[in-house]
Design a protein around this ligand. Structure first.
Ligand SMILES: O=C(O)CCC(=O)C(=O)O
Length: 280
């Protein structure tokens, strides 16, 4: 990966901060350079071609997938734990600089994920990330980097404007024909969904209470790949066990207390879902 990553200037950071705090999200254009995006693409093409990675990537051959493209191309959990390119992308200096600035304090990395989202794949119904991460006493920040050009047709993200300060709610049930996850957080009255249109290499930042999700990939032939990470403030006291150990910006492992309280829905929903990493 390039050592000359795009680093936002002080002026860039100031205008990002303003938008992030007003709306709950902001886009940093071109944070990943073309060679970095290409390297991530090649890395995950190779991982997909070489088959399962136990505990991280569990694909099913096309003949056994029952026509569900997400069975052949499921998302990959925590690729930074087995792949060096993903680890460098999680600790990307441009991303860490933005996150530190938006949080107003030093940060720890909690999660990486890779989505292939092939044509025909279902989306992920509206949700709030901190329902799953259970970061206390603050919230997390997501850095969602487009690896392909992304728009509503190929299953791009939608954010509900101005929901960064909404409380975390216990979700209802999503439509399984549209969403591969079962949780749905309703859009608060008077608020509306904004589509996020990104070019490959752009990174969208949003906080863990912001309501967001995506629809199916309805394109004929365009994958919608994305590299998605979550970061937390250094002053975090507790987080769900699935995200431990954390990484500091130098890549050292850091342990904090795990949050077993269950959050907005109590404990029962957690057992089969979060610990398997399948809900978020
Ligand atoms: O990429 C998507 O379609 C959904 C990702 C998302 O909402 C998340 O990672 O929280």
């Amino acid at each position: 990966m390039s050592t000359t990553a795009n680093i936002p200037t002080a002026a860039d950071l100031e205008s990002m901060r303003d938008s992030f705090h007003r709306r709950g999200y902001v886009v940093a254009r071109g944070l990943f350079q073309k060679n970095e995006v290409d390297q991530i693409k090649q890395t995950f093409d190779r991982i997909a071609a070489s088959g399962p990675v136990p505990g991280h990537f569990d694909p099913v051959p096309r003949q056994q997938s029952g026509g569900d493209p997400l069975k052949e191309y499921p998302r990959i959990h925590h690729p930074h734990r087995f792949d060096a390119v993903s680890r460098r992308a999680l600790l990307h200096p441009g991303v860490l600089g933005c996150v530190r600035d938006l949080m107003g304090e030093d940060t720890l990395a909690a999660q990486s994920m890779f989505y292939f989202k092939p044509p025909g794949a279902r989306g992920q119904a509206m949700h709030q990330d901190n329902f799953y991460l259970m970061v206390e006493p603050h919230t997390c920040i997501a850095a969602w980097t487009a690896i392909d050009d992304v728009d509503p047709e190929n299953g791009g993200l939608y954010l509900i404007d101005d929901t960064a300060n909404e409380p975390i709610v216990c979700p209802g049930t999503a439509d399984p024909t549209l969403s591969f996850t079962s949780h749905l957080v309703p859009t608060p009255e008077g608020k509306h969904a904004v589509p996020c249109i990104l070019n490959a290499g752009d990174t969208l930042f949003f906080n863990g209470n912001t309501i967001h999700g995506s629809g199916p990939n309805r394109s004929k032939g365009r994958f919608r790949r994305s590299f998605v990470c979550h970061y937390i403030p250094c002053s975090t006291r507790r987080i769900s066990r699935f995200y431990l150990p954390l990484l500091d910006p130098d890549g050292n492992e850091v342990m904090i207390e795990s949050n077993t309280g269950g959050g907005a829905c109590g404990r029962d929903w957690m057992e089969d879902v979060v610990w398997e990493g399948s809900a978020h």
